[in-house]
Design a protein around this ligand. Sequence first.
Ligand SMILES: Nc1ncnc2c1ncn2[C@@H]1O[C@H](COP(=O)(O)OP(=O)(O)OP(=O)(O)O)[C@@H](O)[C@H]1O
Ligand SMILES: [Mg+2]
Length: 462
Amino acid sequence: MPGRVLIVDDEKGMRLALRSLLAKEGYEVDTAESGEEALQRIEPGSFHVVITDLSLKDTDGMAVLEHARRVDPDAAVVMITAYGSEKIAVAAMKNGAADYLPKPFDNDELRVLVRRVMETALLRRDHRRLLEQVQDAFAGRIVGRSPAMRRVFETIDKVADTDVTVLVRGESGTGKELVVSALHYRSPRRGRPLVKMNCAALSRELVESELFGHEKGAFTGAIARREGKFEAADGGTLFLDEVGDMPLETQAKLLRALQEKEFERVGGNQPIRVDVRVIAATNQDLEAQVRAGRFREDLYYRLRVVELGIPPLSERREDVPLLVDRFLKEAAGRFRRPAKPLTADAMRACVAHHWKGNVRELRSAVEQALLLAPGAEITEVDLLGDKNAAPNATNHTAAAMPVSFREAKDRVVADFERAFLVQALRRNAGNITKAAEEIGMYRQNLQQKMRELGITADDAEP
Ligand SMILES: Nc1ncnc2c1ncn2[C@@H]1O[C@H](COP(=O)(O)OP(=O)(O)OP(=O)(O)O)[C@@H](O)[C@H]1O
Ligand SMILES: [Mg+2]
């Protein structure tokens, strides 16, 4: 684990003693004989630990500390202080020194201290690097060049380093969750958790206990105390997905938690304080929900301090080629297959196609085509199926022969599921809750299936 140490002291004897001691420990040691020299030598990444005497002839150790904190916050600074100058030592710690060492000290004390401080400094550096990687990964993952996506990027830039509540809106599969991740990983909260909460859970009891946690015995089945997502997200970001589906009673509790930054666990009366940034997402017409009395107006305004709308893919077709490219490369890597290009016709058809399930549907079509296309290029038929074929299961299967038995079966099953669910939705005028009830599915599962199969409100129209 050794690392680089800078010793700053204007007494030659001290410099030599410290240098030989620390070099024996395996560190790479450098020395500076004045504050000025230290200021010149400390650059970003130049040292992991800086040990400086407090009283130097030209400047004092505080100036070295301040400089180091500014140019290289990863570096740990240890202040050597004269006997009896505790007050100054405390001031140094307040200004960001990692530790201090009063004179006289013995060699062991110094060894132990440097080892500990070095370890922390290296961990902190690794941690920061990892975060940067994650951040880059998220920032780079959102693809788009359309004016609409540019506006999305701009808004992310503007609000990422603040704590404002953001409401992300868009149809299913438009990339809402991706945007939420970008907002979190580009915020100062990135080192703390991003916790996701799906508000379309089955019952109010469940949503509330998920959000706020519960005390033992709060309701039947609450056999132990449970921490809620609000607590889990402390210091970080809470992502309230499908917020439009949150039960009304829960909305009141959420509003209170947002305004007072305080809540109680279900069945508890101890107020819990947290520091959480909230980002919500929905694909619902919240304004209509408000008018219909299904969504609290005050909560609506509290959530949409900043609104980030992601348009459907059909309104930003210029993004399609970029997305196809990205998904092809990713899938080739993931499936360990050589990347195949789309024929020019296939790309044109892909751009013109109405992707009801938006980017998610495009992505699965591209992945499937890469796996199943028989030729060296991906054709329109590989990607979109055979338009001329009758839309029944047998023909669909025949269109992209040869396939394995399993793939063929999966397709037939998917076709069947799609037809079955669309019928159920139509019988219930598109009401997901009612349709789910009728066919004995959980609402959430039905929604999930609809997304997988690219079923949208249009399909469900009677
Ligand atoms: N602009 C984009 N660039 C790259 N990938 C994208 C983009 N938009 C969406 N995706 C991908 O499409 C898929 C769906 O995106 P995401 O889950 O964020 O959608 P969503 O809006 O949250 O959908 P839902 O409302 O169904 O939850 C994911 O695999 C995501 O990585
Ligand atoms: Mg989502």
